[in-house]
Design a protein around this ligand. Structure first.
Ligand code: EPZ
Length: 429
């Protein structure tokens, strides 16, 4: 529940990158040893992934909220049922990791945010190129290879896919010979996974460019590794600072990863100062309109598109957002419209006529980043906004209510079963 109209001011620390950690935890399966992973965010997608490994037989030691030790020596099953995968898109990384370790994986099809069709044909094409036979039956992906070991090959991805790039890397690090992934995704978390794998003794080169070369090794060992900061969490606080006419120092970031977001905010009129591992965002005046086209890294991230739309809904003039990664990532627009935004969606394009102000309303978080957009809209709006289904937000934002409260927002969590009304609300659940 948010009372809008408070500018965000102060400092906020950014947590470890969700989309890196959800690949790094399955990668620990490949080591048959202890991996200590530091700077993990305390969010539900990560606890879910840790729980999946635990249920598969890994020994898990939570050293503190942000450090886990995973000993995957005793994992013996390559089967991961639907109950474990249904809520988490990244559960498909178990296919690559189990194939790499056992030469066999039987993993239920993944869940995750609903942006329309989310095919995994490029993952399958990669596994097949490495010598695996892959079939899908009863919503389980069954991949197997004779003699328990894959063989390196060249794979050209038809679409730039983060998931396929990661999954093929996981499968290939213990394959026989050289694997080359062309037209690979270049997101910061791909580089982070490559660094983690190399810390375990893998030979991965070129991550962060569109050609990744992986020379398979016989075995991998344990390591200690600290995850990079979350580009999207940082970007979300940057947009929130700008949208509320605030002044926020966002700490523990890699400014290079934020360049596409900084550039757009500057176009909107924000003042941005970069430091070694921090970025300061100020927005003295009403935002200017601007056009945004989402692209794979280093383009403007699709995972920042809804948050940017919230900001542009009150900008001066008309903005156009073109979504070029997902077919259906404008489902949150109906929710913004309830708050008075003027947005027309036509296929993968949204035209936003900036209005003078938003007004608080009951809205839903239709998915993770849509939920972040609702938080931003609620903080900008006049009056009270109630966001339902915040479980989506908790999947990807650590201590979001506490971090925003520290920055001066008027926001609290309210128990789902309680009816929201002036006299009946109990805060702090
Ligand atoms: C990752 O999803 C992220 N998830 C998403 O972030 C993010 O939106 C997306 O990359 C794009 O950056 C995780 O890292 C867990 P893709 P992923 O494979 O890997 C098409 C968030 O909010 N495609 O790069 O599933 C696909 O349909 C989440 O944190 C195929 O056609 O995305 C899409 O149009 C949501 N065939 C495009 O490629 C395939 O086999 C990019 O998808 C795979 C993908």
């Amino acid at each position: 529940m948010i009372e809008g109209g408070h500018p965000l001011k102060g400092e906020v620390n950014i947590s470890g990158a969700k989309n890196a950690v959800v690949a790094i935890i399955p990668a620990a399966i490949l080591a048959q040893d202890v991996c200590r992973i530091e700077n993990i965010p305390n969010i539900s997608d990560v606890s879910m992934m840790i729980r999946i490994l635990y249920q598969m037989g890994a020994e898990i030691k939570m050293i503190n909220d942000h450090t886990v030790e995973i000993d995957s020596t005793h994992i013996s099953s390559f089967i991961v049922p639907h109950e474990l995968t249904k809520q988490l898109r990244a559960s498909y990384y178990l296919i690559g990791a189990l194939l790499g370790r056992f030469g066999r994986a039987k993993v239920a099809m993944p869940g995750g945010c609903d942006f329309g069709v989310r095919p995994i044909d490029q993952h399958i094409k990669g596994f097949q190129a490495l010598g695996a036979a892959v079939s899908i039956e009863n919503a389980m992906v069954d991949a197997r290879v004779e003699e328990h070991r894959l063989t390196g090959n060249s794979i050209y991805l038809d679409v730039v896919s983060v998931g396929a790039t990661i999954n093929i890397m996981l499968a290939a690090v213990r394959a026989r010979g050289l694997t080359i992934i062309e037209n690979a995704a270049k997101e910061p978390h791909i580089v982070d996974l490559a660094n983690f794998l190399n810390s375990m003794g893998a030979d991965v080169r070129g991550a962060g460019t569109d050609v990744i070369k992986i020379r398979g090794v016989e075995e991998l060992h344990g390591c200690t590794y600290s995850v990079i900061p979350d580009q999207i969490e940082a970007g979300t606080y940057m947009v929130a600072a700008a949208a509320t006419h605030g002044d926020v120092l966002i700490k523990n970031v890699i400014p290079k990863h934020l360049e596409s977001i900084s550039a757009k905010l500057v176009e909107c009129g924000a003042q941005i100062e970069e430091f070694d591992d921090a970025i300061r965002v100020r927005m003295p005046d009403r935002a200017n309109c601007c056009n945004v086209k989402t692209m794979p890294h280093p383009g403007f991230p699709t995972d920042m598109q809804p948050q940017m739309a919230a900001l542009l809904s009150v900008a001066r003039g008309t903005s156009i957002i073109s979504e070029s990664v997902w077919d259906n990532r404008f489902r949150y627009v109906d929710q913004l419209s309830r708050m008075g935004a003027d947005i027309q969606v036509n296929g993968k394009v949204a035209v936003i006529e900036g209005v003078d102000f938003l007004t608080g309303a009951p809205v839903r978080a239709t998915d993770l980043r849509a939920g972040a957009a609702m938080l931003i809209a609620g903080m900008m709006a006049q009056g009270r906004t109630e966001i339902e289904d915040i479980v989506h937000i908790d999947r990807g934002y650590e201590l979001v209510v506490e971090k925003l409260t520290d920055l001066g927002a008027d926001i609290r969590r309210v128990r789902a079963e309680e009816q929201v009304g002036e006299s009946r609300v109990v805060a702090g659940a």
